[in-house]
Design a protein around this ligand. Structure first.
Ligand code: NDP
Length: 342
């Protein structure tokens, strides 16, 4: 069968496409340019499933996906802007919401055979930033704050609230569509925490790195100082585990109608620098990477005091297994060194 992956050129989507093709599914990817499509076609040569791509330049446009959704059996809707420097909330929320509702409408109108749509939401649509750690968030929680702040403050809202609002509004619109339209297909949301791990998508220069990997790159290349530690970053998940969660959510019969957090628990930049020292001692030295604290009590204290996202439903219901952080960080570092030749 054939799965449509939107934004296939993205960090998480390229891994999702990779796994689908390896499992023998055919994939149609949407990309914004011919060159991104050709890069992927080349990357996935020789895989078990067939890959092709269609160009969808602007996911906000009405009917943008009409052509792309024809004859697919399932959809992973992953295209959505992820950055913190938007000028207005709408810069992010318009493509996030219109893209999500648009693809559902196109499917309902033109594809009677599709069975499931998995949308990439985020822990951003779960977190309530006013709740202090220690606290554990589950799939029951909704971010009720960010969209309100954006409404009140407009362009003056924080970059983080602008992004978070776009995710929660898009996910709300997703579930509302099912409630109101009762389509013949069902939906699942995947709500990842910070996604880390190797890159396989097209990215010619560090300045174009996706947001979550760019954060780590700054530590690896000496752009952070001792004062920036421990930089509690919340929770993380490996990109390959999150990609696999999308595939399992598409193919696990009972998962329809559910949200799944993907998270392997709290981490901090202290983990970044300790692992850089261990895996890449040359860079650690040459780039003057800040010194980490390897004391056991210090580290468990950081974890105990952190906000947690409970990823156990994905283990129980999807059968997901999480990679340990050492592996995630090691392979992310290696892939960046290889890609940018340093
Ligand atoms: P990327 O920036 O690599 O992926 C974003 C994808 O969306 C790209 O393919 C991009 O296309 C596409 N896109 C963005 N805006 C538009 C638009 N207006 N029209 C068409 N396509 C668009 O980041 P990620 O892979 O990390 O993000 C993928 C999804 O995962 C997003 O929905 C994000 O919110 C979500 N997410 C990410 C997390 C993370 O830590 N990385 C955590 C939680 C959720 P192009 O390649 O041409 O730029």
């Amino acid at each position: 069968s054939t799965v449509l992956v939107t934004g296939a050129s993205g960090y998480i989507a390229s891994h999702t496409t990779d796994i689908l093709l390896s499992k023998g599914y055919n994939v149609r990817g949407t990309v914004r340019s011919d060159s991104k499509g050709k890069y992927l076609a080349n990357l996935f040569k020789g895989k078990q499933g067939k890959f092709d791509f269609v160009i969808v330049e602007d996911i906000s446009k009405q009917g943008a996906f009409d052509n792309a959704v024809k004859n697919v059996d399932g959809v992973a809707h992953m295209a959505s802007p992820y950055y913190f420097h938007a000028e207005t909330p709408e810069e992010l929320s318009v493509p996030a919401i219109h893209g999500t509702v648009g693809i559902l409408e196109s499917l309902k109108r033109t594809n009677p055979n599709v069975q499931r749509v998995v949308v990439t939401s985020s822990s951003a649509s779960i977190i309530d930033g006013t709740i202090k750690a220690p606290h554990t968030f589950t799939e029951e929680s909704w971010n009720e704050i960010s969209a309100k702040r954006c409404e009140e403050l407009g362009a003056k809202a924080s970059g983080q609230d602008k992004y978070r609002a776009s995710k929660v509004l898009a996910e709300r619109a997703f579930w509302k569509f099912f409630e109101e339209n009762k389509p013949s297909f069902d939906g699942v949301s995947i709500n990842p925490t910070l996604v880390l791990g190797p890159i396989i998508h097209q990215c010619d220069k560090p300045e174009s790195l996706n947001t979550s990997v760019a954060g780590y790159y700054a530590w690896l290349t000496g752009r952070k100082s001792q004062d920036d530690l421990p930089a509690q970053n919340g929770n993380y998940v490996d990109v390959r585990d999150t990609a696999l969660a999308h595939v399992l959510a598409l193919t696990t019969p009972g998962s329809g109608g559910q949200r799944f957090i993907t998270s392997n628990g709290p981490f901090s930049a202290n983990d970044y620098v300790l692992q850089i020292e261990k895996d890449f001692p040359d860079l650690y030295k040459a780039n003057n990477v800040p010194r980490g604290n390897n004391d056991k009590d210090y580290k468990s204290n950081l974890i105990n005091q952190a906000i947690k996202f409970d990823g156990s439903n994905s283990i129980r219901e999807l059968g997901l297994q999480y990679r340990p952080i050492e592996e995630t960080l090691n392979e992310m570092g290696k892939s960046l060194r290889e890609r940018f030749n340093f």
